[in-house]
Write a protein that binds this ligand. Sequence first.
Ligand SMILES: [Mn+2]
Length: 435
Amino acid sequence: MFQFIHCADIHLDSPLRGLARYDGAPLDALRGASRRALEKLVELAIEQDVAFVLVAGDLYDGDWKDYNTGLFLVRQMARLKAAGIQVFMVTGNHDAASQITRHLSLPDNVKVLSTRRPESVDVVELGVVVHGQGYATQAVSQDLSQGYPKASPGRFNIGLLHTSLNGRPGHASYAPCTVDGLRTRGYDYWALGHVHSREIVCQDPWIVFPGNIQGRHARETGSKGCTLVTVQDGAVQDVEHRELDVVRWVCCQVQTEGAGSPDQVVQRVRDALAAQVDQVEDQILAVRVILCGATAAHAQLRASPDQWANEVRACALDLNADRFWIEKVVDQTRAPARAPLDPDQAIGALLAGIDAAIMDDARVRELSTLFDDLRRKLPVELTSGEDGLDLQQPEILREAMADAREIILVGLLDASAQSSSNTSSNTSSNTGGVL
Ligand SMILES: [Mn+2]
């Protein structure tokens, strides 16, 4: 019996994206997250006394900023060497040979497989053969797996490959291949990398994406780590996910229905955060708070988003300053339903006009050309990236129009409610009724 660890996409020293800095947040812990996750991997390997560690590409995020990235890696590999643990790795699209200009010699327990042709390493004492080929350049478009040799008979054969397989949402297509194609090699275990979410693609043979060891942005939510594989009598006996992440990305939906004020909304966020922290071991939570539902607090939340985002941060700091980082507060609340407005009256007619415009493709396109000038003047940071504001997208414009409709409505109803309470002793709390 022996065990090995399969990991991928360590992206060592890559920054966590989208984390706005604010006072009191656990900055240092966040900065060192990818390093600390790798240290935890080394600790797990030593504690489990695994025979070897497989790294299926993208160990580095790109070229090193300086030699410290390399020195850190050497130190971790040396710890494995001292414990008698070998390491086999291939390069991926992020750390392809052409992308990396700085180099350091790694301890001799580490074997980086060739980028020119498939290479096979015999681990004689275990009856294991590891086959693999790394990326010479970033964009590998051919199916590398079909160049891999057939399985060595009577051995436990492992294929190590960085690939998008037959395509995975959100991941660029590199070294595409198919389950059937991998199967033709006759291996026992395919140790894949590149796809950042964990997936057991197949159990006969085993084809596994372990996911990355540390989430890097708000879309990489949930537990991250490596796969611990147990092999008995030449066959896979157990495949187990082990957590390694030190910062856990969480999308926290908070239902605001029934909350009468922004303070009550913040109280609900507090309860939701407290529940989240109970669900994890000791990870710092990087939280995207999404406020949803229809609430009477809607207009006040919309009127000063900065204030309420910071009230949420303040409540997280108060709850446990070491455990939370509020990445963003997204307000998706709606105003509570009102009695329908008479379309023959001024406000009702205005809203009906806006509603018609939202539904009218030609009007939305027209609006998009109106913004041409503005678009050219916006800073690149605002318009690019995953949360970039694309004013040419009809859906974005429709959302903006719906927001504008809401702001106009709240403003007009408030004004009308005030003027009617000033002029009439018969005030009504039902603002729909005074129109
Ligand atoms: Mn990759």
